[in-house]
Design a protein around this ligand. Structure first.
Ligand SMILES: CC(C)(COP(=O)(O)OP(=O)(O)OC[C@H]1O[C@@H](n2cnc3c(N)ncnc32)[C@H](O)[C@@H]1OP(=O)(O)O)[C@@H](O)C(=O)NCCC(=O)NCCS
Length: 194
């Protein structure tokens, strides 16, 4: 078990407008076209492109395995009012570094700029520092990915230099901006960003 020190992980998280919940096979036709859109996928380090139904089915299985092994919490974001999937978010625990996890997320292009991204990230910080018992959450963004860098700062992350990072699915390794936030600083930063 990779574990973050938590006994039991939530399999869903409610935000003001969204429900973050486990991916299911029935969701594949809905989320594949969203994550398959190159406009968003180009920024993602580990999502293949093109992205088809087989990729979606494999992802559903992997997310379930990661959850069972407490290796990662990967959730689909669906809108509460109509059930429409709009994005995805995950916390992947660092192997060999207990209490640390990488956060990753995407929002379908047609749902951008209405605050869903910030809402999802904020909810996952609450979950990560709460039930998952994490002490540090980090992210790396492509140097040209301004939207994601702005979002991370707005969510309370600190930028801390650059890290060499493998954007494996894009076939390149880059020196990329690194962001992190700790459980100790989260309450004050959360207040500051409210
Ligand atoms: C990054 C991403 C998740 C933002 O999602 P979103 O729902 O559109 O973001 P929000 O509406 O919650 O915006 C929150 C903040 O993020 C920043 N932001 C979001 N989109 C932005 C843009 N196009 N340009 C500049 N800043 C942007 C702003 O600071 C914004 O706050 P504001 O609206 O008060 O200005 C979305 O653009 C996306 O999915 N991109 C592709 C995948 C990706 O980059 N994932 C992250 C990999 S590190």
């Amino acid at each position: 078990m990779a574990g973050g020190g938590a006994e039991s992980w939530p399999d869903s998280v409610a935000t003001p407008r969204l429900l973050l919940r486990a991916f299911g096979h029935e969701d594949v036709p809905d989320f594949v076209p969203l994550i398959g859109d190159w406009g968003g996928a180009r920024w993602l380090a580990r999502v293949p492109h093109p992205y088809g139904a087989d990729d979606g089915r494999e992802w559903v299985e992997l997310a379930a395995r990661n959850f069972a092994e407490r290796a990662a919490l990967n959730l689909l974001a669906v809108r509460t009012d109509d059930g429409a999937p709009i994005g995805g978010i995950g916390l992947q625990l660092d192997r060999g570094a207990p209490g640390r996890a990488e956060i990753g997320y995407w929002v379908g292009t047609r749902y951008h700029r209405v605050g869903y991204g910030l809402e999802m990230v904020t909810a996952m910080l609450v979950t990560g520092f709460g039930p998952l018992g994490l002490s540090r959450i980090w992210a790396v963004a492509d140097p040209d990915n301004r939207p994601s860098q702005s979002l991370l700062l707005k969510a309370g992350f600190r930028r801390q230099g650059r890290h060499q990072y493998d954007f494996a699915a894009r076939g390149r390794s880059l020196s990329a901006p690194y962001f992190e936030i700790t459980a100790a600083e989260w309450p004050a930063r959360r207040e500051g960003s409210a």
